[in-house]
Design a protein around this ligand. Structure first.
Ligand code: ATP
Ligand code: MG
Length: 566
């Protein structure tokens, strides 16, 4: 491809709206262009990258035995009402009416449609198991689009769905998908962690996420470098930093703490570490109010709390509710002498400590030397906290690390959630009607290029891994004297590969080098002084700056080798 004829541009300016490095570089390299908030065009260079990611995903899905199909982007609302998600999905689901007044949605995901299809076709065990997939646009009206294509409103996803007779088939497909994902991400040059995850609004019990580690990510992953334990922060467990207090239980005392309401101000007021203070937070649940007691140095994990309580809905009680319905003093709430008002759910780390400070349910007053068991009785004890820096691995006891990352893929065992609601059942060998066991498997295809940039860049720009680079090499003539030869070389190479650009623009060599580095082309084929003096062409690697000199005769072979193996 001749660069002078290519729809492309680069920019030195760091775009003001772009916070993340991948967003900045993708805009500056002219790979994407914003149309409106969360809506992006992929320009030719960017599209070539996306298309390569698509090919990798397709190849690995096909190898894993999944069959590609294409479902419509616009879906009738009826199916969403049937599955219950018309009400549950919230504002991310964009709904609209057609000219006849019927309701439709722009697909944020396709469980409903595919289950409806399965209900019609997969009626016998003889047809199971089956896995299908599509690579298609999704729309989610994200409240905070972020990082360009990282969290867009319209984006490209690979979504696969499996239909099985039983858990054994399911397990086999789940594992096959998991290995396919490992290959996809490694071919894309991504450093990924597989972690246990919560399944969120899609539902189901077993779920894993693939997280590309990057400080730009919104997801947090807990990791043990010694034994390999890793999990999403929401789900991770730990051995607390300071486990058991060895001191004796002291006598309970009331102290005055005028105006000291927050846990931070209490810690400085009493000159005590946060872990010696108790936080009491009041939640409202369908079972009534509960008081949640945690050490001051931990944060409450509401998902764990919900599970422990076996509650469907929980939310923080308002100050008014605490004051008026429970008669407790906001800012000074505590579990001592309050068992008559509330049930207390207590984090396990509290039970291992002694002589805490806690609110005394009176204005400007706290208790010191509060001892769990002696001074208050828990209704439930469990792990209801987020892992925090300094905690230890639940499996091997080594120090845990909390890292950030971007979710690039997700595997779910959906169970019977959709098949039971949408009537997808089959006749088993015995002639009994049973619901189909389903799984679903997503990859954020258009998020991947940005995740790759997050992990592969330097001060000059992007460093594309060979397999996903928009072009693998660019021929750069550095002066008029070498232009003609560079053209001959281009014409010769064009016959053997479509992966080579020719920078025939009438601009300085310096700008050509800079643009090539910004865009991230893996190999520069430099036809310059060395060619004039020694008759040799230079190949420079973007990744490590390595320079290789090759003769005219050997250039094709050497280039083919480098383009294949890097
Ligand atoms: P998140 O927690 O980031 O919102 P999700 O759990 O909603 O993700 P899934 O429904 O599992 O995402 O979608 C499958 C994949 O699609 C995700 O792993 C992610 O890579 C990608 N994805 C999800 N939302 C977006 C978005 N708004 N823009 C780009 N990619 C997305
Ligand atoms: Mg989401």
């Amino acid at each position: 491809m001749r660069l002078s004829h290519y729809l492309f541009f680069t920019s030195k300016q760091v775009p003001a709206e772009a916070e993340l490095i991948s967003h900045q570089l993708m805009l500056r390299a002219g790979l994407i262009k914003q149309v409106a908030s969360g809506l992006y065009s992929f320009l030719p260079l960017g599209y070539r990258i996306l298309d390569k990611v698509v090919s990798i995903v397709r190849e690995e899905m096909d190898k894993a035995g999944a069959q590609q199909l294409l479902l419509p982007f616009v879906q009738p609302a009826d199916l969403w009402k049937k599955s219950g998600r018309w009400d549950e999905y919230g504002e991310e689901l964009l709904r609209f009416q057609d000219r006849k007044g019927s309701w439709f949605v722009l697909s944020p995901t396709h469980e409903e449609l595919i289950t409806d299809l399965a209900a019609e076709i997969l009626t016998s065990y003889k047809k199971l198991p089956v896995t299908v997939y599509q690579i298609q646009i999704k729309f989610r009206d994200e409240i905070r689009p972020r990082g360009g294509v990282i969290r867009a409103r319209e984006f490209l996803m690979k979504d696969a769905y499996s239909f099985c007779e039983d858990e054994e088939q399911m397990k086999d497909i789940y594992e096959r998908m998991r290995s396919a994902y490992e290959r996809v991400f490694s071919r894309c040059g991504l450093d990924c962690k597989v972690v246990e995850a919560e399944s969120g609004p899609i539902g189901g019990d077993i779920s894993h996420e693939f997280i590309a580690l990057s400080p730009a990510g919104e997801d947090k992953v807990v990791e043990c470098n010694s034994c390999g334990y890793s999990a999403k922060l929401e789900r991770a467990t730990s051995i607390p930093s300071q486990q058991v207090d060895k001191e004796d239980e002291k006598q309970l005392e009331e102290i005055e703490t005028p105006g000291v309401k927050s846990i931070e101000s209490l810690s400085s007021f009493l000159a005590l570490p946060m872990r010696k203070l108790l936080k009491t937070i009041i939640y409202q649940t369908e079972k009534g109010y509960v008081g949640v007691v945690l050490r001051g140095d931990y944060d409450i994990n509401e998902e764990k709390l919900k599970k422990l309580l076996k509650a469907k809905e929980i939310h923080l009680a308002s100050e008014e509710e605490v004051r008026e319905e429970l008669g407790m003093e906001v800012g000074f709430v505590g579990p001592v002498e309050a068992n008559n008002k509330l049930l207390f759910v207590v984090d396990e780390t509290v039970m291992q400590g002694k002589n805490f400070v806690a609110g005394a349910n009176k204005k400007d007053t706290h208790f010191v030397n509060v001892n769990p068991g002696r001074d208050f009785s828990p209704y439930l004890v469990g792990d209801i906290r987020f892992v925090s820096e300094g905690d230890k691995c639940p499996l091997c006891g080594s120090l845990l690390q909390v890292k950030r990352g971007l979710e690039v893929g997700h595997l779910f065992n959906l169970g019977y959630r959709y098949s039971s609601k949408l009537g997808a059942s089959f006749l088993d060998k015995m002639g009994n009607k049973r619901p189909i066991l389903m799984g679903c498997y997503g990859i954020g295809v258009s998020r991947i290029p940005a995740a790759i940039v997050e992990q592969n860049h330097d001060d000059e720009g992007i460093i594309w891994p060979m397999e996903v680079a928009p072009f693998k090499a660019v021929i750069i003539p550095t002066s008029n004297e070498t232009f003609n030869f560079s053209q001959q070389l281009y014409l010769k190479l064009r016959d053997v590969s479509e992966e080579i650009l020719w920078d025939d623009r009438d601009i300085s060599a310096g700008v050509k080098f800079k643009d090539s580095d910004l865009i991230g082309i893996p190999l520069k084929i430099i036809v310059g002084n060395t060619f004039l003096k020694e008759g040799k062409i230079e190949i420079k690697k973007r990744k490590d700056g390595q320079l290789i000199k090759v003769s005219k005769e050997k250039i094709v072979g050497k280039l083919m080798e480098l383009m294949q193996y890097g």
